[in-house]
Design a protein around this ligand. Sequence first.
Ligand code: FMN
Length: 310
Amino acid sequence: MSAPDLSVDLADLRLDNPIATASGCFASGREMDRFVDVGSIGAVVVKSLTKAPRKGLPTPRMVETPSGMLNAIGLQNPGVDAWLEEDLPWLVEHGATTVVSVAGDTVDDFAHVARRLRGVEGVDAIEVNLSCPNVEHRGLVFALDPAASAELIRAVARVADVPVLAKLSADASDVVAVASAVVEAGADGLTLINTILGMAIDPVTGRAELANTYGGLSGPAIRPVAVRVVHQVHSALPEVPIVGCGGVRTVEDVVQFLRAGASAVAVGTGGFVDPFATETLRDGLAAWLTEHRYASVRDIIGTVRTGQDA
Ligand SMILES: Cc1cc2nc3c(=O)[nH]c(=O)nc-3n(C[C@H](O)[C@H](O)[C@H](O)COP(=O)(O)O)c2cc1C
């Protein structure tokens, strides 16, 4: 049997393989150059970029938790203009497929960043980080509210000239409602999920361990939640491409996400534990498909069997 076909489609964007990096866990790519060839990664999703540079939140900003970690980095980034000048050329030169994550405090902030990305060579897609507080709406996180999420995606999709992925949160009480709203508003695909809000307390000092009190939980601890969300959303919106994200460490984890309905997966915290993860998972997935006699990775997308149809 010849090598399996690993290519997948995310709306109009074809990826050579379905293993991507998750935003915020790979910086702008250059830092990982000595471990992996960025051109061989399915897609490099860069750290969320804002209109102006941000220093991020005070430390401590990371805490280890069972099978995961909490972080409250606070969108530290150089700002979209500096990134376009200093980081994107390196990614282009190294043949990366680049997905640019955008963030902001207001709908206009997001639209500003998306406008700066228009017509720029090397920007292959935009991912909208909806897990940002909406300062015009009492600081309520966009991703928790279908109407606020739709308004934001509409504003970005209006100015974008590449596919727009909406990155949603499992903290929303009805994530399928948010997914439907953003697709209706113009999202071409979805990234599921961002971190889940959590908290850790030092029992002796009684202090919250993160300077920000709350932070985002990531790693294997959240994987079953992420797989559930991918399955729920894929069941409701089977035509919409999904990037599954949350706790991916092994090839079997990748296969779970694909069977749940994801067309690609993004590796976040797993890359801190194993900086070679994207390559290991890509090669391991090819071996898994060969062993199980699948000619293409697309043959397993959405093939989960559940109680109703087992
Ligand atoms: C240190 C750190 C920084 C992150 N920064 C961002 C970010 O800037 N934008 C974003 O959309 N998600 C960010 N995330 C969330 C990840 O992209 C991912 O959705 C989440 O960590 C779940 O995947 P994982 O369990 O594989 O890490 C960050 C996660 C971590 C751990």
